[in-house]
Design a protein around this ligand. Structure first.
Ligand code: GLN
Length: 309
């Protein structure tokens, strides 16, 4: 068994028996029904080695992890013009905070807080019907993971659509400053559906490989995006991917990562591996508690922190 396989096996076993698991998100009613005992991990090395543990094959709601893929798509579409609509500084605020938007005249701090992600989705939507924009997002993720079976969990999307009062407030507020081009309901509809994409750890780790491989598609060797862009997406993941827990994540794990309230984290060890973990219980900042603990253990054992072994 390789060093990686042994580390992943040990970590999955450690996480299975831990009793500190955080709290599952309840503000999206459908997510409140998820069993907090799950833990999954999948690591896909740039050399093709795959190591998996726990519930690595079970699909979960990727939620905000989807924002990495929409940011990639939107940069492909708009290039650096994107940054005139959305900033790239850490927010130091919760993911659904509204106060900062007023100070900054409707321009969201970064593409990973909810306001920023809604603005990014609005950009993808421009010139399309919502169904086409969503199809483009889903096709892109299926292509990255090389898995056509990836789908949207309509129950989760409907559940959030019914209760997404805060996101509606954020979107309306941005619309009043002209930051959104499309009708608020349409931008939100696409956003809720992209968040409701269900993927397993293995599918997610496979989808993230281009970020570990300087933007290249590992199957074909062809670029998905330019190397410079992949590097920059990783930078934004490091500084903003865990909201007001981003500093703590960098301190403990030392890798770019993007969390979602479904309990998933996509984490990139540039030049080494794409990693996905899932544990539905969250910490106070809305990031997977055991997901972070597991990643901290993995990077320590493998010496993968970008800040040194
Ligand atoms: N769909 C969720 C929301 O908008 C995503 C938040 C998250 O995963 N942090 O609230």
């Amino acid at each position: 068994m390789s060093k990686l396989q042994t580390a992943v096996r040990d970590i999955a076993e450690e996480m299975r028996v831990r009793t500190d698991r955080g709290e599952v998100a309840t503000y999206i009613p459908e997510l409140a029904n998820v069993e907090p005992k799950h833990f999954g991990i999948a690591v896909v090395g740039v050399d093709g080695e795959v190591a998996t543990g726990g519930d690595f094959a079970m699909p979960f709601s990727i939620q905000s992890v989807s924002k990495v893929f929409t940011l990639t798509l939107a940069l492909g579409k708009a290039g650096d013009r994107l940054w005139s609509r959305v900033g790239r500084e850490p927010s130091g605020s919760p993911f659904n905070s509204i106060v900062q938007l007023e100070f900054e005249k409707g321009k969201p701090r970064n593409p990973f807080i909810n306001a920023g992600a809604i603005a990014v989705t609005d950009l993808i939507l421009s010139g399309h019907q919502p169904r086409e924009a969503l199809g483009e997002i889903l096709r892109f993720i299926r292509f990255l993971a090389d898995d056509p079976s990836i789908a949207i969990d309509e129950k989760v999307a409907a559940s959030e659509q019914r209760t997404g009062y805060r996101n509606a407030a954020l979107a309306n507020y941005m619309k009043s400053f002209g930051v959104l081009e499309n009708p608020v309901e349409l931008a939100l509809g696409v956003y809720y559906h992209q968040c409701a994409i269900a993927m397993s750890c293995l599918q997610l780790a496979r989808a993230g490989r281009y970020l570990a491989m300087s933007g290249r598609n590992p199957e074909t060797g062809h670029p998905v995006i330019q190397a410079e862009r992949a590097r920059r997406i990783n930078a934004v993941m490091l500084t903003c991917g865990h909201y007001d827990g981003s500093g703590e994540f960098a301190y403990r794990v030392g890798l770019p990562g993007k969390s979602g309230v479904g309990g998933g984290i996509l984490c990139i060890a540039p030049g080494k591996a794409s990693i996905a973990v899932w544990s539905p219980g969250l910490d106070l900042a809305g990031n997977s508690h055991l997901g972070r603990v597991a990643l901290e253990a993995l990077t320590k054992r493998m010496g993968w922190s970008i800040f040194g072994a």
